[in-house]
Ligand binder design. Structure first.
Ligand code: PA5
Length: 360
């Protein structure tokens, strides 16, 4: 008999339920490097490390999303610049700080940025389970926040974010990391508590958990996820999770920019028979003008889109709404895989690509 456990072999559903404890754990783990960071950089006239001009966070995929979420969830004291590629921007100098994040510690783009940042003596810390990134950092006395192993990087988003928040606080780039991480945990909890009794099969009708009902509406369509401001980063997370967990194409974009280009692209969206659906992510930060744009856009593209779901965060704090909406997306993406009888965890094509690159 096919049960959920035989499809979701690595228990990706269970991993989502650990997001709140991961968030808190990440912050605790960052405490290990706080003193090292404070001793490595010049002190402020008040307290702590002198605030850098920017904090550059290098990381790819599931490890890179933490930087986007930091920007979305915190009021920053210095700009945070996510770098997702091989090259550190030329302008990065000793006025800036760099944090390199790689769950495996083996990602070539992140290692390339790490080497460039070491040459400029600007690496504040690395966040990883180990691998080359940890070895290189340890050899140079660069602080390492060590993450728990054995997860898919994208499933470790809680511990990655908590650790990055703690490092950013040690660098004086954010304040009140503990409070914000707690809000994020409560945001995730508010969704997890609606999905606690999944059972051993995919429930039908009203017995189904809400994210499974959403997934049934989206099944068989190409999903577009639209956000704005802080929810734009979450829209991208939804897209990446539908890609990696659901093994499906998906797209993300942000208001108001999409009204100046992608809106027109919908005119021929169903050419070739593609069926589309739309998710709108809304939070207390979504302004009236943006809500009006969402309403009008929805009407303008109604004939091209099937299911249209607006998910409005009930948590009113920024971090709470970001992690609430993120958790919805994580569940929906896993259920899209399970509805197709596919294990959400393996990402064979990423593994194959990395293997082939290593051979060149
Ligand atoms: O979720 C995944 O497996 C990927 O998006 C990885 O996070 C990405 O390939 C980068 O690898 P790592 O997180 O180990 O640096």
């Amino acid at each position: 008999m096919t049960t959920l456990a035989t499809v979701d072999r690595s228990d990706m559903l269970g991993a989502i339920a650990t997001l709140p404890s991961q968030l808190r754990d990440g912050l605790v783990r960052s405490e290990d490097v706080r003193v090292d960071i404070e001793n490595s950089w010049p002190a402020d006239s008040h307290a702590g490390v002198a605030r850098p001009r920017t904090l550059v966070v290098c990381g790819m995929g599931g490890s890179g999303v933490g930087a986007d979420l930091l920007v979305a969830a915190f009021q920053l004291r210095s700009p945070v610049v996510p770098v997702k590629g091989y090259d550190l921007p030329e302008w990065v100098s000793d006025e800036d700080r760099v944090v390199c994040v790689s769950y495996s510690g083996e990602t070539s783009e992140t290692l390339s940025c790490m080497r460039a940042a070491m040459e400029r003596s600007v690496v504040a810390a690395v966040i990883t389970t180990g691998g080359k990134l940890a070895s290189i950092a340890t050899a140079q006395d660069i602080p390492v926040v060590t993450l728990p192993g054995g997860m898919q990087p994208r499933a470790a988003v809680g511990v990655l974010f908590g650790a990055l928040a703690g490092v950013a606080e040690a660098l004086n780039v954010v304040d009140h990391a503990g409070e914000v991480v707690e809000e994020a945990a409560r945001g995730a909890e508010s969704v997890i508590e609606q999905h606690g009794t999944t059972g051993d099969a995919l429930a039908e009708g009203d017995d189904a958990p809400p994210a499974l009902r959403f997934a049934r509406e989206l099944d068989g369509t190409v999903v577009c996820v639209y956000g704005s401001g802080p929810t734009a980063a979450v829209a991208w997370r939804w897209k990446a999770q539908i890609n990696e967990n659901g093994k499906l194409p998906a797209f993300a974009n942000a208001y108001p920019e999409l009204n100046h280009n992608e809106l027109v692209g919908w005119e021929r969206a169903t050419t070739g028979g593609t069926r589309w659906s739309l998710i709108e992510l809304v939070s207390a930060d979504t302004s009236s003008p943006v809500r009006a744009r969402m309403d009008i856009t929805r009407e303008l593209i109604a004939s091209e889109v099937g299911a249209t779901l607006r998910i409005e965060a009930v948590n009113t704090s920024r971090a709470g709404s970001v992690f609430e909406l993120l958790t919805w997306g994580d569940y929906v993406s896993v259920y899209l895989a399970l509805l197709a009888g596919i294990d959400p965890s393996p990402v064979e094509r990423i593994r194959s690509l990395k293997d082939q690159l290593a051979g060149r």
